[in-house]
Write a protein of this length. Structure first.
Lengths: 199, 88
């Protein structure tokens, strides 16, 4: 499996008991984060369950590609992301809204950079007690959604995100910046519907 | 203005823009030294102060509303049972 073997090339040798210990002590504690990541990628709870189950079974099968005591969370997230792309996205119920390359090219344009941030106020955000933020996040293209989840919800560092997503650190930074601006644009339009005309 | 040397300045000597500093802070990738510097910088830079607070509010909303509430217990059991079968 490419996701497990690329990163950690030196194959480990574990006894059955060691495999169980790694699985229970290093992998299982991340199951809630993994499920949330799966859900935010697929936007479907049943698909998220399948994705998580598949990820953990792959992790167990390829546990000897994982070095005990290293960054299990990043390793698992990478497997889940690859499973999503390779196995799930092809048959996804979610239409592939925008071609990824097109998105990157468009949002890398200088015009977009100059627009920077929509003027959004803290006061309007504080009144968003419902599903506005969740809907705004879910409405982002999956590649932008992913970097927000990895950074803001899971606290990964640039380098870890680059490894999980197989992209350079510079791309992580620019994608995050653009994702934040897109999220703010969506939140601003919610704020307007809530009566904040100068949101 | 903040008087201590700017810890955001890279090896090539290029002075960072407000946006570049803000991004490292918001992405939670700044060093402690950079954090302290930026805090001082915000005392004198209203756009950074406003933007930082908006970004912070968004992050708090994300954490409060988008963490999903945990994995259903049946998956945990299903995974454990499949692992038992594989390793038996």
């Amino acid at each position: 499996m490419e996701s497990a073997s690329e990163e950690y090339t030196a194959r480990q040798h574990y006894t059955e008991s060691e495999k169980q210990t790694i699985f229970n002590d290093e992998f299982m504690p991340h199951i809630h984060s993994m499920y949330n990541f799966g859900y935010r990628l697929t936007l479907d709870r049943d698909d998220a369950k399948d994705l998580v189950q598949d990820t953990f079974l792959k992790a167990y099968r390829f546990v000897e590609s994982f070095q005990k005591g290293t960054n299990a969370k990043a390793w698992l997230f990478r497997i889940l992301k690859n499973s999503f792309i390779n196995d799930y996205r092809k048959k996804s119920k979610e239409p592939n809204k925008v071609d990824y390359q097109e998105v990157e090219t468009y949002y890398n344009s200088e015009d977009v950079d100059r627009q920077i941030t929509p003027d959004l106020r803290v006061e309007s955000l504080k009144d968003m007690m419902g599903d506005e933020i969740s809907n705004a996040l879910n409405a982002l293209d999956v590649d932008f959604r992913t970097v927000i989840i990895l950074c803001d919800l899971e606290g990964f560092k640039y380098e870890e995100m680059a490894k999980i997503l197989d992209i350079p650190i510079g791309t992580v930074r620019s994608r995050l910046h653009r994702a934040r601006n897109l999220l703010k644009e969506k939140l601003k339009s919610y704020a307007k519907t809530m009566g904040y005309n100068n949101a | 203005m903040a008087t201590s040397p700017n810890p955001f300045i890279q090896a090539d000597g290029k002075k960072p823009t407000c946006l570049e500093m803000l991004q490292l802070i918001v992405d939670d990738q700044a060093t402690e030294e950079q954090r302290v510097y930026f805090k001082q910088h915000m005392d004198h830079c209203l756009p950074c102060y406003k933007e930082y607070n908006v970004d912070l509010a968004i992050r708090e909303l994300l954490k409060a509303k988008c963490c999903g509430g945990g994995c259903p217990e049946d998956i945990v059991n299903q995974i454990k049972s499949k692992i038992k079968t594989i390793s038996a």
